[in-house]
Design a protein around this ligand. Structure first.
Ligand code: NCD
Length: 317
C-alpha cells in the first residue's frame, strides 16, 4: 500500500517516489506473472466490471491506445472512445478542450485517457473533469508518463534495479516526449549516467528549459552531436527514438540511424529499447540481436496500465 495519493497521471515526476514506483511495478509484475492463469484472469475481469473508461485519442496511436483498451478489458471495464478525435469529435467543429472535458465528465465515466497534440493538454483537460481521473497518453512534445513507467519497468525487469545504469538515448530528444519522461523518471538517481545522442536541432540544447531542467537532476548527462560505436561502449540501455516529423523536426537524419555495427561494444547483458513506431532510425537487422527488447517493452504496457487503472479507479493499490 503506497501512501501517495494519485488522482491523475499527468507527468512522470509524479512517480519520483520509490514507494509509489515499487507499488506500481509490484502490481504490474503480479498481473504479468499470472497472465497465463485462467483463474487469475477471471478474477481480474471482475475487478473493474461496471466501470467505464473514455479513451480520447486526438493524435495517432497503436500501442498506447490498444494497450489501454486491452488493460481496461482485462479488468472488465467498458471502453468508449474516439480513435481519430481530431476529425471525428466536436474539436473539428472548433469546440474547446475545456468544453469537451466538462461535457464528457457529465456522463460520469470512471477514468479518462487522453492523447493530444498540444503540450499541457491533459493537464488542462483534468482541470474540468470534476475530479474524474485523467491519464495523459502523450501531450505534444511534453510528456508521456505511462510510457516512461513501462520503460522503467522493462529496465527494472532486465537489471533488477533502476539506478547505477548507463543509458544512451538517441534520435529526436527535443521534439519527442518519451525520452523526456524517461529522463525525468530515471534522472533523479544520481548514479545514472545519460548519453544524449542527437543532432543539434534535436538535442536538449534546442530546448533551453529542458536543458535547464535536466541540469538540475542528480544524474549526469552528456550530449553528443554524432553517433559512433564508442559512445555506446558499455551502455546498459540503448534507447532510440524516431524523428518527430509531425512536430516540425524535419526528416530523419541518416547519420543517427542505429545499425548493428554501433552496438558491437555495448554491454552484452544490456538492452536495446525503442518506444516504437520506428521509421528508419533503427535498423531491422538489430531485431536479431538478443538484447533488442522493444516488442517485449511494448507488451509491458498492458500490465503497467492495468496496475494504473486499478490504482486510479479502484484506489486498490
Ligand atoms: C510514442 C509517442 O506517441 O510519443 N509512441 C508510443 O506511445 N509508444 C513515440 C513516438 O510516436 O515516436
Amino acid at each position: 500500500m503506497s501512501n501517495v495519493e494519485l488522482n491523475h497521471v499527468l507527468r512522470a515526476d509524479q512517480f519520483a517516489n520509490d514507494e509509489l514506483l515499487d507499488t506500481v511495478f509490484d502490481q504490474a509484475a503480479r498481473i504479468q506473472d499470472n497472465l497465463g492463469s485462467s483463474l487469475h484472469n477471471n478474477s481480474m475481469r471482475l475487478e473493474l466490471a461496471g466501470k467505464t473508461l473514455f479513451n480520447l485519442f486526438y493524435e495517432p496511436s497503436t500501442r498506447t491506445s490498444f494497450s489501454f483498451q486491452m488493460a481496461a478489458s482485462r479488468l472488465g471495464m467498458t471502453v468508449l472512445g474516439t480513435e481519430n478525435g481530431k476529425d471525428f469529435s466536436s474539436l473539428a467543429k472548433g469546440e474547446s478542450l475545456e468544453d469537451t472535458a466538462r461535457t464528457l465528465a457529465g456522463y460520469r465515466p470512471d477514468v479518462f485517457v487522453i492523447r493530444h497534440k498540444d503540450d499541457g493538454a491533459a493537464e488542462q483537460f483534468s482541470a474540468e473533469t470534476s475530479g474524474i481521473p485523467v491519464i495523459n497518453a502523450g501531450d505534444g512534445k511534453n510528456e508521456h508518463p505511462t510510457q516512461s513507467l513501462l520503460d522503467v519497468y522493462t529496465i527494472q525487469r532486465a537489471f533488477g534495479r533502476r539506478d547505477n545504469l548507463k543509458i544512451a538515448i538517441g534520435g529526436d530528444i527535443a521534439h519527442g516526449r518519451t525520452a523526456k519522461s524517461l529522463m525525468r523518471l530515471l534522472g533523479r538517481y544520481g548514479s545514472n549516467e545519460f548519453a544524449l545522442i542527437a543532432p543539434e536541432v534535436s538535442n536538449i540544447g534546442k530546448e533551453p528549459l529542458l536543458q535547464q531542467e535536466v541540469a538540475e537532476l542528480p544524474a549526469s548527462f552528456t550530449t553528443y552531436h554524432e553517433l559512433n560505436a564508442q559512445i555506446l561502449e558499455d551502455a546498459d540501455v540503448v534507447y532510440w527514438t524516431r524523428t518527430q516529423t509531425e512536430r516540425g523536426a524535419g526528416e530523419t537524419d541518416e547519420r543517427f540511424r542505429l545499425e548493428p555495427s554501433h552496438l558491437e561494444n555495448m554491454n552484452p547483458e544490456g538492452i536495446i529499447m525503442h518506444p516504437l513506431p520506428r521509421v528508419g532510425e533503427l535498423s531491422h537487422a538489430i531485431d536479431e540481436d538478443p538484447r533488442a527488447i522493444y516488442f517485449e517493452q511494448a507488451a509491458n504496457g498492458v500490465p503497467i496500465r492495468m496496475a494504473l487503472l486499478r490504482m486510479l479507479v479502484e484506489k486498490a493499490v
